[in-house]
Design a protein around this ligand. Structure first.
Ligand code: FES
Ligand SMILES: [Fe+2]
Length: 382
């Protein structure tokens, strides 16, 4: 694409912010333009809070989760004092990653190349054969830091170390979720998958229940049919909520859920990639994190009230919850990878959206705002 094409594409995205915004899907170029992907890396993922883990995955001192966010390697650690850190794992000597992607436990990170050693807070604690270099100061040498925040058990990182705090943007989401008592929930199962699609193909899908008709006819259609009553609300430039009515209300044995809460699935989206779906006494979180223009990592987990599973066999619950999630994820993945194969076609084009997918437009608005702001500030905060 030329610079003029990219600017025309941004103008089209900007139209989603108009009062009379068209109910149209994204232009197909939005999924394939390398120039837009570069802008997303800097303007969206370079300065937004990205959900990366549930705190249960980082509960023990020394635990870490290493991943990449839009091409940027990140490691999140819990140090011996219980403090969380988000660090760049790139060695300060000659750029070897000091830890590979994945999760585990470590007392420190030793670079596999020349064995420089770093603490869980990123400080250099050892570098062999460096005494002869007078310009090298081990005291100021450390892994660069990103911002990290834990909100109601959900660990987010922001590649902008000076990012504004996350919590104020989620204040209303927290109120909405009060009866679900997220702080008393434990993660009973979790997964990391790779899907071959652009991250927006996956995120727009998560913002609507309409696709249950086609992708989940046997699994989700009986409880939350594609035509179910659906409403949405934007809470801040970062947070959206979608409410979908169940065919039959759910029961609640432990949580003080209202009749409204038992009768609806509540899905909360934290732009750009995080979501939580509260479904009776179960919460499922999902984060759709781009790895490249056509590859998305899908991280997620299932949470339940600790009191609900007391005395139950955790291994059985884990297998059941992960098995169910894997089945739903496979249905989405299969469909979304097919969409990805089409977005580059000469005949791909913008389509009209259904009134059953209002959340998709909220996501497009978030995207347009994030891409069009050039400085760090949001137009019209909260
Ligand atoms: S690159 Fe890490 S010690 Fe040399
Ligand atoms: Fe789905």
């Amino acid at each position: 694409m030329t610079a003029a094409d990219t600017s025309a594409l941004l103008d089209e995205l900007g139209d989603y912010l108009r009062e009379d915004a068209p109910a149209l899907s994204l232009p197909p170029e939005a999924f394939v333009s390398p120039e837009l992907w570069e802008l997303e890396r800097t303007r969206v993922f370079g300065r937004s809070w990205v959900l990366v883990a549930h705190a249960d995955e980082l509960a023990e001192p020394g635990s870490y989760v290493a991943l990449s966010v839009a091409g940027e390697p990140v490691v999140v650690t819990r140090d011996r004092d219980g403090e969380l850190h988000a660090l760049s794992p790139i060695c300060r000597h000659r750029m070897m990653p000091v830890v590979e992607e994945g999760s585990g436990r470590a007392d420190s990170f030793t670079c596999p190349y020349h064995l420089w050693r770093y603490g869980l807070d990123g400080r250099l604690i050892g570098a062999t054969f460096m005494k002869g270099n007078p310009d090298f100061d081990p005291k100021t040498c450390r892994l660069p830091r990103f911002a990290v925040a834990q909100w109601q058990g959900f660990v987010h990182v922001n590649l902008d170390a000076g990012a504004e705090p996350l919590a104020p943007h989620l204040a209303r989401v927290g109120e909405d979720l009060a009866n679900y008592r997220l702080d008393e929930m434990v993660q009973v199962g979790g997964w990391v998958e790779e899907w071959n699609c652009n991250w927006k193909v996956a995120v727009e899908n998560a913002h609507e229940n309409y696709h249950v008709l086609g992708f989940h006819p046997e699994t989700l259609q009986p409880s939350t049919p594609g035509g179910a009553e659906t409403s949405v609300r934007a809470d801040s430039p970062w947070a959206n909520i979608m409410r979908v009515r169940y065919t039959e209300p759910l029961e609640a044995a432990i949580l003080p859920l209202t009749e409204e809460e038992k009768a609806h699935l509540y899905a909360f989206f934290v732009f750009p990639s995080g979501s939580l779906a509260a479904s009776g006494e179960m919460v499922v979180w999902l984060s759709l994190i781009p790895q490249s223009i056509d590859r998305t990592q899908v991280r997620g987990g299932v949470l339940m009230p600790a009191a609900l599973i007391e005395g139950a066999d955790r291994d059985t619950i884990r297998k059941e919850s992960e098995g169910y999630a894997a089945m739903i994820n496979a249905e989405d993945r299969h469909g979304l990878e097919a969409v990805q194969r089409s977005v580059g076609s000469r005949f791909a084009g913008r389509g009209h959206l259904s009134p059953k997918e209002p959340g998709v437009l909220l996501f497009y608005q978030n995207l347009a705002r994030a891409l069009l702001r050039e400085d760090g500030a949001w137009p019209g905060q909260l």
